[in-house]
Each structure stands twice: as C-alpha cells, then as structure tokens.
Design a protein around this ligand. Structure first.
Ligand SMILES: C[S@@+](CC[C@H](N)C(=O)[O-])C[C@H]1O[C@@H](n2cnc3c(N)ncnc32)[C@H](O)[C@@H]1O
Length: 183
C-alpha cells in the first residue's frame, strides 16, 4: 500500500514531495545509523509513508520517544495507522521550534530541503536547532553533490557537518549528512 500511496501523492503534490520514489531500506538504515541509547527523543520530519520511521523504531527508539512531523494529510492518516503509539503531528516543519517537546537529541529529515525556498529552509533549520538539546544532530539526505543546507542557513546556525556513507541502492543514489552546531 505504501508505494501506490506515495506515487499518487507525488502526482498530486510534486513540489512538496520532490522525489521519484520513497527512500530505500538501505538509505533509511544510514539515516538512523547515528542513533544510540543516549540519543533521547527523536523528531522525524517529512516522514511520507514511513520507510525511515520504521528503521528509527528498529534502531531502538521507543514509540513514545518518536514524534513524526508531516504536512500531507493522506500520509498522516497512513502514519497514524502504521505507528499508533507514536506522536504523529500534521503540521508544517517550519513550526518545529514551537513544539513543546523536551530532551530532543536528533531531528531526522526526509524533506526535499534543497527544493524548498531558502527562507522556508531557514525557518525549518532554525526551528530544528531551537528544539534540540545542546549537541543535537540534524540528519538529512540529498541527491546532489553539495551539502543539503544552503551556505547562508548553515552560517546563521553555526553548523558543521559530516557525510555518512553514500547509498547507491536508492533511486536516485543519495548521500546522508549529519549537521551539528560548532561548540
Ligand atoms: C521526499 S518525501 C520523503 C518521504 C520519506 N521520508 C522517504 O524518505 O521516502 C518528502 C516528504 O516531506 C513532506 N514535506 C514537504 N515539505 C514539508 C514541510 N514543510 N513540513 C512537513 N512535511 C513536509 C512531504 O509531504 C513528503 O511526505
């Protein structure tokens, strides 16, 4: 059911989805590879049909410690059915900074960040770092050759970054990055 739902929503909302297929399991595994027992609460943004969500839970995050942010109502309905014990929030990720959540150690993003206008990108990244504890990590993949957060937005938040392993078995191949604030 996930794939037809994804493709149908892609036809209806190409700008907000901006991907030709859901992420592969290999990419989802890379996206969760920084999770440890000390991570604390995790917030996933742009969850789509939940391919990364499933791996976040498999990595050991308890359902009650995972909040899922998605703005597409059809995806939200499916996510609530698939992950009934998680906190599914139908909202724009630009409002991340106002969420009443504590001890958030990681934000994992499936958003098509580079196709999002820069002011919107700025709101999302500002909100993510305002929400997280000191030392929090923001994980984001990209299909392109450059870091998936615009240079101005990185500078405004004092971000440094690392690349994880490139995932060739994904359509198209993708590179996950981890961003954190310089100490
Ligand atoms: C490329 S899909 C990724 C879906 C899934 N995470 C995956 O990797 O297959 C991007 C998702 O981000 C959602 N999205 C786009 N802009 C958003 C925003 N500003 N706030 C919340 N969700 C957003 C879309 O509705 C879509 O589900």
């Amino acid at each position: 059911m996930s794939f037809p739902l994804f493709m149908w929503q892609l036809v209806r909302h190409p700008k907000t989805i901006s991907a030709i297929a859901p992420s592969s399991k290999r990419l989802a595994l890379q996206m969760v590879s920084e999770i440890t027992p000390e991570t604390g609460r995790v917030v996933e943004i742009g969850a789509g049909t939940g391919v990364i969500t499933r791996q976040i839970l498999a990595a050991g995050v308890k359902p009650e410690d995972l909040s899922i942010v998605e703005m597409n109502p059809k995806f939200c309905r499916a996510l609530k059915v698939r992950f009934p014990d998680c906190n599914v929030l139908e909202m724009d990720a630009q409002a991340l900074g106002s969420l009443p959540l504590e001890n958030v150690g990681m934000v994992i993003s499936g958003l098509p960040l580079l196709s999002i206008p820069e002011p919107v990108q700025q709101n999302i990244i500002d909100g993510a770092f305002a929400l997280m504890v000191k030392g929090g990590k923001y994980v984001q993949f990209t299909y392109g050759p450059k870091p998936p957060i615009a240079p101005e937005v990185r500078a405004a938040n004092g971000l440094e970054w690392r690349m994880l392993k490139k995932v060739w078995l994904n359509l198209p191949p993708a590179m996950p990055y981890v961003f954190s604030q310089k100490s």
